[in-house]
Design a protein around this ligand. Structure first.
Ligand code: TEU
Ligand code: CA
Length: 555
């Protein structure tokens, strides 16, 4: 299918978790003046869009994903003036700003919720989902994403309220037209300030199916996809938001949410749907969840990983669009998860740079990935800050589980792995703060940091710059076709090698990615020109060393 051209399809996103990027005043919390001081660095990468995780007022039960005032800047992060300087600074450098829109739920400290709980006659009562219990039990057996019941008894209200996330994140009642109007108003408020789009948090679960009934699913994952996600009115709500507000601005939206599958994604992002412009899907991020969920991880299945990428690429041929990503503030570090963060850290980090930036879609790079930041070791729960990890730790330990064993799992899959401070230099606290950081820095900042990477021409950082520049001068990478290959020059592609061609009108690239420590000496095309590779001495026809990755131009 001929691709419709849109400016947002041609961009690359850089995600910043503001608490952990750069602290400017020594309180140990990253802030907007800190980001402003790093704008030249961000521009130097060659990325086009900055997506900021939430910076609004919040009691920080879930680090800003629990918003208590949508029209404010959290004082930890700065002021509205700082925000304006940041926005202008990005625009002056030719970049765009995307804000996080978290409207499935608010904080319980939001004024709407405070009013809502006061009385059944409050004009805000129906802003949330209140129910009587069943005897002394909650209205349904629903489990929250972060463990425990999804219902909380509220003394003041004398009823239970629904919270799919923590009990400080009550779900909004989107059935109520007043709620939808509030959302439209706040969206308009930020768009009128001149921002360039929104990343929409868990947008797949905003519509609930009524009446609310008990789940008979064995796992939380099944319950989420079957019962919480893709509710009956989700598309109606998104179309309404789009036609009433979003469509009036030259911006883009990227939706996030569990339960968005390869088969239903098109209903969210199909080009004539008038809903979202693109989505983040989780098929490759959730594929290692075991029967017990995320904190019961299975070994990595590379074959599945490649199949997921291939099959989601085809969404674009159906007229949809997506944002490929391998890590963000909710997962763990790409080089640890899919690469090798020991002996082949440099090679494997560069391999994933090539993969991410030679796929179709609008790729998203998480801060720190451009210098190959890794997971860290959490030996005690006191070192953790993430409500998800902490909740599941207590659930595990309360059931008699071994705390040390769970800490190993947190070190492997916990969200705090990606929330440690950005590593700028080998100075105290990695140059992140002059004070004590809100979460400990990864001790490997002495060797893995931006300053070191700037000085080393062969660094992961310089590699990202080269790759981003290459993508920019070859626009066919955005709109051209993608074909996975099972054979190269008559040879079967091994199970741990990902191989595909990208074709434009005048160009064909062959991408060879050895996602393993094995050597495949003879796997290469007959001829071609090596455009970029992750080994110093390399050629188009040379075969593949451990974690070797190449972009070869075939014509
Ligand atoms: O995440 C939604 C989501 O699906 C996560 O709960 C995900 O399953 C989990 O993080 C995997 O470990 C969004 C935000 O990105 C996340 O930071 C918030 O905690 C959550 O929504 C609630 O707002
Ligand atoms: Ca600060």
């Amino acid at each position: 299918m001929e691709q419709t051209k849109n400016w947002w399809k041609e961009k690359v996103i850089y995600q910043i978790y503001p608490r952990s990027y750069q602290d400017s005043n020594g309180d140990g919390i990253g802030d907007l003046p800190g980001i402003i001081s790093r704008l030249d660095y961000i521009a130097s990468l060659g990325v086009d869009v900055v997506w900021l995780s939430p910076i609004y007022n919040s009691p920080n039960d879930d680090n800003g994903y629990d918003i208590s005032d949508y029209r404010s800047i959290h004082p930890d992060f700065g002021t509205m003036e700082d925000f304006q300087i940041l926005l202008d600074g990005l625009h002056q450098r030719g970049m765009k700003l995307v804000m996080d829109l978290v409207v499935n739920h608010t904080s319980d400290e939001h004024q709407w919720f405070q009013e809502s709980r006061k009385s059944p006659n409050s004009p805000y009562r129906d802003y949330y989902i209140w129910r009587d219990g069943k005897g002394d039990k909650p209205p349904t057996n629903w489990e929250s994403f972060f463990g425990g019941s999804a219902w909380e008894w509220d003394e003041v209200a004398g009823q239970y309220f629904l919270h799919l996330f923590t009990k400080k994140q009550p779900d909004l009642n989107w059935e109520n037209p007043k709620v939808r109007q509030e959302v439209k108003d706040l969206v308009k408020y930020w768009l009128d300030k001149g921002i360039d789009g929104f990343r929409m948090d868990v947008i797949s679960v905003i519509s609930k199916e009524y009446p609310l009934v008990d789940s008979d699913h064995d796992t939380l994952a099944e319950c989420i996809s079957d019962l919480y996600a893709n509710g009956p009115r989700v598309h109606e709500y998104l179309q309404e938001l789009h036609s009433d507000v979003l469509s009036k601005y030259d911006i883009f939206t990227v939706g996030e949410g569990p339960g968005i599958t390869r088969s239903n994604a098109i209903e969210y992002v199909g080009k004539d749907r008038g809903e979202l412009d693109m989505i983040f899907h989780f098929d490759h991020m959730f594929m290692d969840h075991g029967p017990g969920g995320k904190y019961d991880p299975l070994p990595l299945d590379l074959g599945k990983f490649m199949n997921v990428i291939e099959s989601w690429d085809a969404l674009i041929d159906e007229g949809g669009w997506l944002s490929p990503f391998f890590d963000n503030h909710d997962f763990h570090r790409v080089v640890t998860r899919f690469g090798n963060d020991k002996e082949y850290r440099e090679e494997s980090a560069k391999l994933f740079a090539i993969l991410l930036l030679t796929l179709r879609g609008t790729p998203s790079i998480y801060m720190g990935t451009e210098i190959g930041m890794t997971n860290r070791e959490f030996s005690s729960i006191d070192q953790c800050r993430d409500v998800e990890g902490i909740n599941f730790y207590h659930i595990h330990v309360d059931k008699g589980g071994d705390p040390a064993a769970f800490m190993k799992i947190i070190s492997q899959v916990g969200r705090d792995n990606v929330r440690t401070p950005m590593q700028w230099s080998d100075q105290s606290q990695g140059g992140f703060t002059k004070g004590t950081p809100w979460i400990d820095i990864n001790p490997n900042y002495t060797t893995i940091n931006v300053e070191q990477a700037e000085q080393d021409e062969g660094s992961i950082l310089h590699f990202y710059r080269s790759m981003l520049a290459l993508r920019k001068i070859h626009p066919f990478i955005v709109y051209g076709t993608f074909h996975r290959l099972q054979e190269v020059n008559g040879q079967a592609v091994p199970a741990d090698v990902f191989c595909y061609e990208r074709r434009g009108e005048h160009e064909t690239w062959l991408i060879l990615l050895n996602i393993s420590g094995n050597t495949y000496e003879s796997l290469s095309p007959l001829s071609g020109t090596l455009l970029l590779g992750n080994y110093d001495q390399a050629s188009a026809t040379g075969g593949l060393r451990p974690w070797e990755a190449k972009i070869i131009s075939l014509k």
